[in-house]
Design a protein around this ligand. Structure first.
Ligand code: IPE
Ligand code: IPE
Ligand code: MG
Length: 244
């Protein structure tokens, strides 16, 4: 999809373009293969994330959701968790200005009550600073669990039946997102595993899936373009019949 079709941000056409969700997996194995520590692998992963955000904007992606830290990742050794929390804060501070300049709205998806308070504070500042962005919505999932979000949204229904749209709004609200969760169009998982690991289970009902053995620090704009080209060639039937 060329940028020209989605270039100028307009009042009623924010975040045009597909919703791409990426499970950024393989930092640890990349570090081990290169004789580095796992935190060094996450540093390399951050560099990739930066490049992929820019490439996604160029390719006309409307919403990009990056899985950065799952609720189950708290099980990891505490030095790795601490390094990741520091990295997230540094990344948010470092990327905020670039997001603003590129028309990217940055929000964090997930629970916030278990994050270090300094990180929570930075999240709020960056979300407010970039809230005028209309070109691409970048959502970074931190302390995220799709199953927990569904349980919390179901509890918020308080016994009332709701439509799918209304449930999507509840899901967004329980995870602090600024707007209703959009259905995911394409999921890319790097690192070779073929599973969702509790990521966007509701929003991925009809998502196209792309699994690549490429470790996240080795993933780049050419690999992203290949995945998007493959996605654009797929026929999405949503339970209906095909075109042929
Ligand atoms: C993904 O890379 C990043 C996070 C989960 C924070 P991993 O750290 O899971 O890398 P592998 O799977 O051990 O290689
Ligand atoms: C999923 O990767 C979470 C992120 C990429 C942030 P994991 O490495 O935690 O997933 P599993 O343990 O292989 O399922
Ligand atoms: Mg992993």
């Amino acid at each position: 999809m060329s940028m020209s079709r989605h270039a100028a941000p307009q009042v009623h056409t924010s975040f045009v373009g597909p919703h791409l969700a990426i499970i950024m997996d393989g930092n640890g194995r990349w570090a081990t293969a290169n004789g580095l520590s796992r935190p060094a692998g996450h540093e390399a992963g951050l560099r990739t994330a930066r490049d992929i955000v820019e490439a996604a904007v160029r390719e006309g992606v409307g919403t990009l959701t990056l899985y950065a830290f799952s609720a189950d990742n708290w099980k990891r050794p505490s030095p790795e968790v601490t390094a990741l929390m520091r990295l997230f804060r540094r990344a948010l501070i470092g990327e905020a200005k670039r997001c603003l300049e590129n028309g990217v709205r940055l929000t964090i998806l997930g629970r916030r009550d278990r994050l270090p308070s300094s990180l929570r504070h930075t999240v709020e500042q960056v979300e407010s600073l970039t809230s005028t962005g209309t070109r691409m919505h970048l959502r970074v999932a931190v302390d995220y669990s799709a199953r927990d979000a569904v349980i919390r949204a179901a509890a918020a229904m308080r016994g009332n039946g709701v439509s799918r749209e209304a449930f999507s709004e509840l899901l967004a609200r329980v995870d602090h997102d600024a707007m209703p969760a959009r259905e995911v169009d394409l999921v890319i998982r790097t690192g070779g595993e073929q599973r969702l690991s509790d990521f966007l289970l509701w929003e991925c009902a009809y998502a196209e899936l792309c699994f690549t053995p490429c470790l996240w620090p080795d993933f780049g704009a050419p690999e992203l373009n290949d995945a998007l080209a493959d996605y654009h060639g797929r026929e999405r039937r949503y339970g209906g019949v095909g075109l042929a």
